[in-house]
Design a protein around this ligand. Sequence first.
Ligand code: ZN
Length: 276
Amino acid sequence: MATEIKSLDGLCIHTITTKPLEFELACSKYSEIGVKGISIWRDAVADLDYRTVKDCLKKNDLSPVSYVRGGFFPALESEKRNVAVDDNIKMLQEAAEMEIPMLVLVCGAEPGQSLQTSREQIKEGIENILPRAQELNVKLAIEPLHPMYADTRSAITSLKQANELAEFFNNDFVGIAVDVYHLWFDDDLENQIKRCGKQNNLFAYHICDWNVPTDDMLLDRGLMGEGCIPLKKIRGWVEEAGFSGYNEVEIFSTKFWESDMDVFLGKIVNAYINHS
Ligand code: ZN
């Protein structure tokens, strides 16, 4: 069973969760309510220089957890695949400049070819950026996505596939981001989380909930406790697998983005303590 959550020390929020807030305001609001970790989406800091970002994190006592999101390796033409590799290398450099220790990979898929071919291109893409990731000391976290995104977002649609891919590399810089939204229904989830931890590949844990019914397959994620994901059970498995990192709240939600951000942040804290 999951341990009881007694403090906010393990709480991290993805900037996309509070999308309407500009980066610096988001940082101060997170800090005010006692959040300790922040995962930074590229768009959120695109207009800021690295120094500003680092100063802002320091001032608000926030630890950068992940930089989101690289990947999208598959494409029909090799030139496009090269562009993706270059862009991922650029993201690794950006992460290193801002001292963000990990890049999340939404691996990508190309609907004009088989999933198998896309998977091979994902492997190739990771192979191509791994040396640079090591030089820059930025880890790569493969995030398996729900199969409903297998058309264009990710050919890696289960934790088993992600485990196989990470184990192929067998490298300290390649691991996995387990996101409950994408994996909660998997009848082999407990075993695959165990396997992931055993290989030291469990790098990140993302939380939210699955709304019933779900109005939009991308932008209607629920707050923890609102939906049907057995969050405490999954966190128990993740902790038993040796994970002691942040619980990263990652919610894409038109509904919440239209709501008051201070109220929403209060709800996140409450949901984290009581329902995660
Ligand atoms: Zn995620």
